[in-house]
Design a protein around this ligand. Structure first.
Ligand SMILES: [Zn+2]
Length: 147
């Protein structure tokens, strides 16, 4: 998975974020992890970025992660225990996750709720549909075998 640092910085700039040294370090770290296909927590990102920008605040990192998620560069993975991790994705792509509640293994799934069903659910409540999240929790085959 390739995500360019420049694409992230451009998008952040257009979203009104100043391109400070910490944000540049943050984008570089996210691109590295995208290349390594490695997911991460916002706290893990904060610790990694501090090696290059020691004065970066935790709030800045968390806010920037939120923005990158809103801009479609980061996919949020939610686990049954409420913890969250992030994974870099190509903007505009769409998938969901099946997560193991024991070992936190993540499986990407392309299946989704049918768009017509989502629209119908929103319509019945008088909503204009702008997005959705689907989380699927369970135990993976390895954890099931150990039980
Ligand atoms: Zn498992």
């Amino acid at each position: 998975m390739e995500i360019s640092v420049e694409a992230m910085l451009d998008a952040m700039n257009q979203a009104g974020l100043r391109l400070t040294k910490p944000r540049r370090a943050l984008a570089a770290q996210v691109a590295d992890w995208a290349h390594a296909d490695q997911d991460f927590t916002a706290d893990g990102l904060w610790h990694a970025v501090r090696e290059h920008a020691p004065d970066v605040g935790r709030a800045t990192v968390f806010r920037t992660v939120e923005v990158l998620a809103e801009l479609g560069f980061l996919d949020r993975i939610s686990f049954a225990d409420g913890s969250e991790r992030y994974h870099a994705i190509a903007p505009g792509t769409h998938h969901h996750h099946l997560t193991c509640e024991q070992c936190h293994r993540v499986v990407d799934v392309s299946a989704c709720v049918a768009p017509d069903v989502l629209r119908q659910i929103a319509l019945q409540a008088g909503f204009d549909l702008s997005g959705h999240r689907v989380e699927i929790f369970g135990r993976c085959p390895t954890c099931r075998d150990q039980a």
